[in-house]
Ligand binder design. Structure first.
Ligand code: 9WO
Length: 253
């Protein structure tokens, strides 16, 4: 058997808009999707057809009767490495199926740190192809040959790239036009201005002897805006010196 992903891949997409933003995930565990992406705002976006979520099972591109996708590492050492021929055959189909201009990504702790500006870049593209590794990793030659963007969601090791792919997709989808309603819309949100979020409060005004900050119940909206800005600046300076160093407000505080 040779290349065959077409029939086995699953699509989860709505029926509304034409050529919606497309996320195409290459994985050995297509059953993990949509998973958490089926809930809440992102789940609604799939149902509404604001974006298309598609998986390709990498194992469908194995060429032997045992459907082998991994092999021993050259140079020795523990574990197994995903075979370049199998991964490349899956990528060929993925790139052909994804919209022209889609960005091809590999999830790896060695990648470029994912942040809100990368989410904006990916959301502005016609779509993304996400390669999720398993075992000890993927043969480096296929990543180089396909010029994949290596992306990290943080300095920790997962058992596979899939949870990281879900994070990237979630961050991009909520930036697509029409996905967030007015009530949830961006603007004051964390990272849209390079700052951490100010703290939030709701009723009751006193809970377990703790009162809400008085300014929030004052009705003075200029003071409330100023207080929230101060809190965002203070939290960012205290907790995230890396973000604070890049922020234009740093010199005034
Ligand atoms: C694992 C690894 C460990 C140390 C330094 C570099 C590394 N690369 C990989 C790797 O690509 N691993 C593959 C995907 C196979 C094993 C599970 N994988 C994975 C991806 N673990 N953790 C991630 C990941 C992805 C994005 N952001 C953080 C972690």
């Amino acid at each position: 058997m040779s290349v065959g992903g077409e029939q086995q891949s699953q699509a989860t997409s709505g029926s509304g808009a034409q050529a919606p933003w497309h996320a195409l995930v290459l994985t050995l565990y297509p059953g993990m999707f949509p998973g958490p992406l089926g809930a809440g705002i992102v789940g609604r976006a799939v149902q509404d057809g604001a974006f298309a979520l598609d998986t390709i099972d990498i194992r469908d591109f194995a060429s032997d009767k045992h459907r082998t996708v991994d092999d021993l590492p050259f140079g020795g050492g523990p574990g197994l490495v995903m075979k370049p021929d199998v991964v490349d055959a899956a990528l060929a189909v993925a790139i052909a199926r994804a919209p022209e201009g889609a960005i091809a990504i590999c999830l790896s702790p060695s990648g470029q740190p994912f942040d809100q500006s990368l989410a904006r870049e990916f959301a502005a593209a016609p779509g993304i192809v996400l390669l999720c590794g398993r075992f000890e990793g993927i043969d480096a030659r296929v990543i180089e040959a396909r010029a994949l963007r290596e992306i990290s969601i943080g300095d920790f090791v997962l058992s596979g790239g899939e949870p990281a792919a879900m994070c990237v997709i979630d961050a991009c989808v909520r930036l697509l036009p029409g996905v967030l309603g007015a009530a949830e819309s961006l603007g004051e949100e964390s990272f849209e201005d390079g700052l951490l979020e100010y703290p939030h409060y709701t009723r009751p005004a006193i809970w377990q002897d703790r009162a809400v900050p008085a300014v929030l119940t004052s009705g003075n909206h200029a003071n409330i805006r100023a207080w929230r800005r101060e809190q965002a600046l203070r939290l960012t300076a205290e907790r995230r010196p890396d973000l604070w160093a890049k922020h234009p407000a740093r010199t005034q505080h």
